[in-house]
Design a protein around this ligand. Structure first.
Ligand code: TZP
Ligand code: MG
Length: 197
């Protein structure tokens, strides 16, 4: 990642944080671990300054080395227990889930939160079938109320009302936020709306 891309990442992050972002995940599929570690080392203190949790996707050892709050694992990223042993009881470990069965499985292996989706088709995860909104209420019902379920995938200003109506209380939004002309305002408005949901 060159200087401009790094600078852009920091600048976008500052805009997100200024709007009151609650959690930031560094997900950089096309970058090598050294770059991810370098970016993580810059983003971790920035997030802390704003009181935003910071999670590294895919690499527990980078989460450990950068002082991130935790790590996010996909379905193919192995068992959670060894990662917990590496990062400690206070680390936040999340898991991506794509069905009610996987959601329950992640809860049982003691994930701290799950991502649930993609609800809608999304260019951020091409080829991954959308699961729709029908299962959100069921997943919410089968898990304790305080267990965080983050609905993800294709959420934007148009789809958000239906996602909230389906029972979601937390959302992950990537492309809609990052392409919005006013990122800070949009995060602030979303926070307000989700607080009311
Ligand atoms: N996993 C399921 S959907 C998704 C990930 C990482 C990306 C969601 O991105 P967007 O751009 O908000 O649709
Ligand atoms: Mg992964």
């Amino acid at each position: 990642m060159g200087y401009t891309a790094e600078h852009q990442l920091i600048s976008v992050t500052e805009k997100l944080l200024a709007g009151g972002l609650g959690i930031l995940q560094l997900r950089a599929k096309n970058h090598d671990p050294e770059h991810i570690a370098r970016m993580g080392s810059r983003l971790a203190p920035l997030c802390r300054e704003y009181g935003c949790l910071f999670i590294i996707n895919d690499y527990p050892e980078i989460a450990l080395g950068t002082g991130a709050d935790g790590v996010h694992l996909g379905q193919d990223d192995g068992e959670l227990a060894p990662v917990r042993a590496m990062l400690g009881a206070n680390a936040i470990i999340g898991r991506s889930t794509h069905s009610p069965e996987q959601a329950l499985g992640a809860f049982r292996e003691r994930a701290d939160y799950i991502g649930f989706g993609p609800l809608f088709p999304t260019g951020t995860k091409p080829g991954r079938p959308a699961i729709g909104l029908e299962d959100i209420a069921g997943v919410r019902r089968q898990l304790p109320e305080e267990f965080p379920v983050f609905c993800i995938g294709g959420i934007n200003g148009n789809t958000l009302p239906s996602v909230l109506e389906a029972g979601a209380s937390r959302v992950v939004i990537v492309s809609w936020l990052l392409t919005h002309p006013d990122i800070t305002e949009t995060v602030a408005a979303l926070r307000k709306r989700l607080g009311e949901a």
